[in-house]
Write a protein that binds this ligand. Structure first.
Ligand code: BGC
Length: 926
């Protein structure tokens, strides 16, 4: 039987048009139909557009399914095809091919800057209570915001093209069209990044949109992240207050000639039907002002009033190819029901918390204004409740009807909201559910895992996590899609293992990590707590930027070691380590220097013995950080220190109690991952040095904070979990530290009391230390704080706080869509379903279903780089049956809990295996 080749990818993408790297990593999958005949060798030839061979790897004797053609360098702006041949053990060959393009390294087109009103710079410059309260005196958006501009460039082509590419970028967000038809299906291009350092260029294949003769390129330009209200402050114009666009339309004609169309004196612009648009505030569209045909050759648009020439300006910021999946409409959800609330308001329920916006159909009189307000919850009485308060965080759209007798349809262009419910105001008729569709938007990442079991509520927990990931993998990885939409580095590192399991995040996070490094460089080696770091939070008087005293935060800034490591593990691509190793080094050196330079507040160096001083100088504990952020007992008043605290002080209690410990604990974590990364890249010397340093920090930590009785620092669950997970407890004390952790969990009534940074490790620590039953009990606990409490109280996403909705239905004004606590899904995949990555890229995988646990059956899969790894198991009377699917290129080992035996081999080769397990002892150990 022949081998079958599939999933040919360059830099993790199928047929990318414009890569940033000139030497792409090429990967593929091999499947054997019928009896497997293992691949033995492969050969890759890369051909240029004219067919010339640009690279020939020759036959390589290997069963690998990845190749970096090290001596190939693609030419910027060129297209290539790569031809893969694979030979099997019997010498039979199969072939497949795919394409990739290399993006431009330099940019030679000017900005087109339309005549426009400058964006008003408004909103707070500092974090204070008003950031989370509605601005009482804010003028209506119409008085503060400006209308997006429409740009139009007409040009002639002597013939229809054989091939054409549009490369386009903007300061602001853009929507391109050609001859009245949309270019591509992307939204909010070019996305969000540290614009002061570089801006992405989108590349589109527009061959089929052009024709001989007259053509028109249209571009609509909106504020987006560049000039609109963004991030935690909700402040506008953080990168600039003037919108611009630039493009290169490269047209190859049948006669072999190439025409490049750039912005020139012929570009005209006008305002259009959008009165204002802001990604936070919302958008207002006046259908009476639509300009049919404005981007088509037939229209006499330029003659009409209001179309003015654009200024042409040099582009001074680096423009770089956008590599990855664009933001798209990824789902559509019909309205579930339309409610009239006790307050008499009309509220549409879409049944799911999400990020997106509403497409609405409406028929009514010209000039009628329909307003849509968005929120994630309804309150205990069933009324619409705006759970997101804050300056400029209105989340409201308005549509002014043209009065078309056949009805009209509208979806905003340059905004999105975090919502499930929409309050409808001014709708001219009785609204029907079929007139409202929620359009979910996100970077269009493939879902790469599934989990379906006998436990419906756990299945829902996984679904909720996927929804929170979908809502927050939007331009950059964000904390939440409504209140802040900020690239909080901590949230991402916490969720990284789950993120990389559930979705194809390689290109998305590769792009974001580039921003992390750029922002780190701009902050003297400190990895900011938010990336892109919003300029308004950058204080020129401080070497770093951040929130109050917090700039380089344990568990946030460490994203630079954690995220690349997770990506390497999941995708087996060493470039994640290579690209980031230097940034990791800079970061751990910053921690080392910081440790030596400052001691915890209140610790007087003069009062310390030389030994203690030496130890303290090793520990990165002298700066404020977020600690074990939002640890439940610091918020619900159950800790003595929390008594009588107001809301803000209560939130800062976890940092106060734990920051001194999370600092050195994450210092250890970063040193370990830096060492592991150096080692994986073959640098044993660096690895050994980092390990030695980590050992010294561990010893100092233990001496300073770990009591002989196993109590650590403030004696809280989260700190115990981190200290055990990061191996910061001496072996002889470890059993007592574990016992104390178990006691703390029991004292909390079998509830977790872990905050953001410790929760990912809680269940693993308990499990690995012989308390699997307690880990399972925490997972299925359903009173707050717990994962299933949320599920049972109607969550359709993961909440920011475990009790965001109280037992009596009272709603906290928190985010209902923060993915951080969804990190447990990684654990569920490994420990319950039983698919655990052992070697990078899943090349070695453990299959260890939890046959003694809370599930009767489970079906789950992960799309590993080599192919699908799937389990399907069920308990049967005295035993269990297990079907395992392993792709070529992966070796699996089955590991059942003590007390179980397998009727087949424990090492599984590629293929599908059906196995039986029998219980050999009563009450197996767990
Ligand atoms: C965000 C978090 C973030 C945190 C920093 C919050 O306001 O929503 O998720 O990591 O601030 O502690």
């Amino acid at each position: 039987m022949p081998l079958v080749l599939s999933d040919l990818r360059a830099d993790h993408l199928e047929n990318p048009l414009a890569l940033r790297r000139v030497t792409p990593r090429l990967t593929w999958r091999v499947r054997a139909e019928g009896t497997a005949s293992a691949p033995r060798a492969h050969r890759i030839r890369i051909t240029a557009a004219d067919g010339a061979v640009a690279h020939d790897s020759g036959w390589i004797d290997s069963d690998a399914t990845a190749l970096e053609a090290v001596d190939f360098e693609g030419a910027p702006g060129s297209d290539y095809r790569w031809h893969l041949a694979v030979r099997d053990a019997d010498g039979a060959e199969v072939e497949a091919s795919a394409g990739f393009g290399i993006g431009l390294a330099d940019w030679d087109a000017p900005w087109a800057e339309p005549v426009q009103e400058r964006v008003l710079a408004e909103g707070p410059l500092e974090i204070g209570p008003e950031v989370f309260a509605p601005a009482a005196d804010a003028a209506p958006p119409g008085e503060r915001l400006h209308p997006p501009r429409h740009l139009r460039q007409a040009f002639n082509l002597p013939a229809a093209p054989v091939s054409a590419r549009l490369r386009i970028s903007s300061q602001g967000v853009h929507q391109p069209s050609l001859n009245g038809r949309p270019v591509g299906d992307g939204l909010l291009a070019p996305g969000y990044e540290s614009y002061q350092h570089e801006i992405s260029v989108m590349t589109h294949d527009v061959t089929s949109l052009l024709r001989e003769g007259a053509n028109v390129l249209g571009v609509i330009l909106g504020d987006g992240w560049y000039a609109g209200r963004i991030s935690i402050l909700g402040r506008s114009a953080q990168y600039g207050d003037i919108l611009r666009a630039t493009w290169r339309l490269e047209v190859d004609l049948p006669d072999g000639s190439r025409h490049v169309i750039r912005p020139d004196a012929s570009v005209r612009s006008s305002r259009g039907p959008i009165d204002w648009s802001d990604i936070f505030i919302g958008e207002r569209h006046d259908a009476r002002a639509e300009m049919p045909g404005w981007d088509e050759p037939s229209a006499d648009a330029e003659a009409s009033e209001g179309w003015t020439p654009c200024a042409l300006l040099p582009v001074s910021v680096p423009l770089v190819p956008f590599v990855g999946e664009p933001i798209r409409r990824v789902r559509e959800l019909p309205a579930q029901r339309i409610l009239t609330t006790p307050a008499g308001e009309t509220v549409i329920d879409f049944g799911q918390v999400m990020a997106g916006r509403v497409r609405m159909r409406v028929r009514g009189e010209r000039g009628t204004v329909v307003r849509l307000e968005h929120a994630e919850v309804i309150d205990a009485e069933g009324n619409f409740l705006d759970n997101i308060l804050g300056v400029n965080k209105d989340q409201a759209d308005e549509y002014v009807l043209a009065g078309r007798p056949e009805g009209e349809e509208w979806e905003p262009l340059f905004t999105f909201h975090g919502f499930r419910y929409v309050k409808l105001i001014g709708y001219p008729r009785t609204p029907e559910p079929e007139d409202f569709t929620a359009v979910v938007i996100a970077n269009d990442l493939a879902q790469t895992a599934s989990f379906s079991s006998s436990h419906a509520r756990l299945d829902r927990l996984v679904e909720n996590t996927i929804w929170s990931q979908r809502s927050n993998f939007l331009a950059v990885p964000t904390d939440c899609p409504q209140r802040e939409r900020a690239g909080w580095t901590g949230d991402l590192q916490i969720f990284a293992p789950t993120a990389a399991t559930l979705m194809g995040v390689a290109a998305f996070l590769d792009r974001w990590l580039r921003n992390v490094r750029v922002d780190q460089d701009a902050h003297g080696g400190i990895v900011p707590i938010i990336v892109p770091m919003p300029p308004a939070m950058d204080d020129p008087d401080r070497p770093n930027a951040g929130l109050g005293d917090i700039s380089d935060a344990a568990g946030w800034s460490d994203a630079i070691t954690i995220a690349p490591w997770e990506l390497y593990r999941h995708y087996g691509d060493p470039r994640f380590l290579r690209d980031n190793l230097e940034a990791m080094r800079t970061w751990v050196e910053h921690q080392t220097a910081g440790a030596a330079a400052s001691l915890p507040a209140g610790l007087d160096p003069a009062s310390l013995s030389p030994e203690r001083l030496a130890r303290q100088r090793l520990l990165w504990n002298g700066r404020m950080n977020f600690g074990d952020w939002l640890a439940p007992s610091t918020l619900d008043g159950s800790r003595p220190e929390a008594a009588g605290l107001d809301e803000f002080s209560a939130i800062m209690l976890a940092p106060q109690l734990t920051a001194e410990l999370t600092g050195p604990l994450f210092q250890i974590r970063s040193l370990d991952l830096y060492a592991a990364s150096a080692e994986a890249l073959g640098d044993a010397v660096t690895a050994a040095q980092a390990r030695e340093h980590a050992a010294a920090v561990r010893a100092a930590f233990a001496a300073e904070y770990v009591g002989d009785d196993g109590r650590i620092g403030p004696d809280m669950q989260g700190i115990a979990v981190l200290a055990l997970a990061f191996d910061a407890v001496p072996d002889e004390i470890r059993p007592r530290a574990v016992a104390r952790l178990v006691e703390l969990v029991q004292e909390a009534g079998v509830h977790l009391d872990t905050g953001f940074v410790s929760v990912p490790f809680l269940l693993d620590v308990l499990w690995d230390e012989g308390h699997a039953d307690l880990a399972r009990a925490l997972l299925v606990q359903d009173t707050a704080p717990s994962w299933l409490y949320e599920v049972d109280h109607g969550a359709t996403t993961i909440w920011e706080a475990w009790n965001a909705v109280h037992e009596d239905g009272t709603v906290e004004r928190m985010s209902m869509n923060h993915y951080a606590f969804g990190c447990v899904v990684d654990w569920m995949m490994r420990r319950l379903a039983g698919i655990e990555l052992l070697e990078p890229g899943y090349r070695r995988t453990r299959i260890a279903p939890d046959l003694d646990g809370v599930l009767d059956h489970c079906q789950a899969h992960v799309d590993a780089p080599a192919g699908r790894i799937a389990v399907d198991w069920a308990r049967t009377g005295a035993g269990a049956r297990l079907t395992v699917e392993i792709p070529l290129g992966v070796i699996a080992e089955v590991a059942l809990a003590p007390g179980w035996t397998l009727d087949g081999p424990t090492e599984l080769t590629p293929g599908t295996h059906t196995l039986r397990a029998a219980r050999t002892e009563e009450g197996s150990a767990s």
